[in-house]
Design a protein around this ligand. Structure first.
Ligand code: ADP
Ligand code: TYD
Length: 200
């Protein structure tokens, strides 16, 4: 089973993934968690480039680098793990490319992004996508103590377009579970469990 988590920066993905992982392990399942971009050596190197705020990256290069990182992770880890019957949890997947590079940057064709997402994910599709929905204002409050990376520097208008992108995807695909992320950690966890349990 493939579970992806989506949402803007600071929406609580890492917090909720750790809780879900623990819950699934307690149920006796074999669970693997990977972050995007990253998860394997090549993809972590690409991540360093993509998040380095001193590096200037063209929007097309940005989209292709996120996709390159993804293809490597899927080939090296996701597909073998799924074949071995493991539960794979992804901290972001190709919906982030649609939301950030498609809607956020706003200057790339969504049709091209759709095709590249298919190529880069080697046709893997999540069984469920947990979308933690939060406003930019709330996420800023939560991450005020953190230094901004290259993506986070993009600002309010960018992030509001990213949210529009996630909302569009959530309306379009039944695999999305939209969860109000402006709630307590435990309430959100219970909501996620409810959505995942029906698939186990
Ligand atoms: P993400 O992985 O989406 O960037 P994190 O899980 O790292 O988000 O959470 C960002 C910050 O918000 C962290 O400081 C975390 O402790 C805090 N946080 C996470 N969930 C909640 C919540 N439901 N309510 C308030 N703060 C939260
Ligand atoms: P990360 O620190 O992992 O995000 P978060 O704060 O949500 O835990 O940083 C990854 C950044 O890369 C984040 O700003 C989202 C962005 N991103 C894209 O723009 N496109 C993509 O395809 C992916 C996977 C991530």
């Amino acid at each position: 089973m493939l579970i992806s988590f989506e949402g803007i920066d600071g929406s609580g993905k890492s917090t909720q993934i750790a809780l879900l992982e623990e819950y699934l392990i307690e149920k006796g399942l074999n669970v693997c968690v990977y972050r995007e971009p990253g998860g394997v050596q090549i993809s972590e190197k690409i991540r360093d480039l993509l998040l380095n705020s001193k590096v200037d990256i063209h929007p097309v290069s940005e989209m292709l680098l996120f996709s390159a990182a993804r293809a490597q992770l899927v080939a090296e880890k996701v597909i073998p793990d799924l074949k071995a019957g493991k539960v794979v949890i992804l901290d972001r997947f190709y919906d982030s490319t649609t939301a950030y590079q498609g809607y956020g940057r706003g200057n790339l064709s969504l049709n091209y992004i759709h095709d590249i997402n298919k190529i880069a994910s080697l046709n893997c599709e999540p069984d469920i996508t947990i979308y933690l929905k939060l406003t930019w204002e709330e996420s800023k409050l939560r991450t005020a103590h953190k230094q901004e990376d290259r993506m986070e520097k993009a600002g309010e208008e960018f992030f509001n377009r990213v949210i529009q992108g996630f909302d569009y995807l959530a309306n379009k695909h039944s695999r999305f579970a939209v969860i109000d992320a402006d709630s307590s950690v435990n309430k959100i966890h219970q909501e996620i469990i409810k959505n995942v349990e029906v698939l186990l």
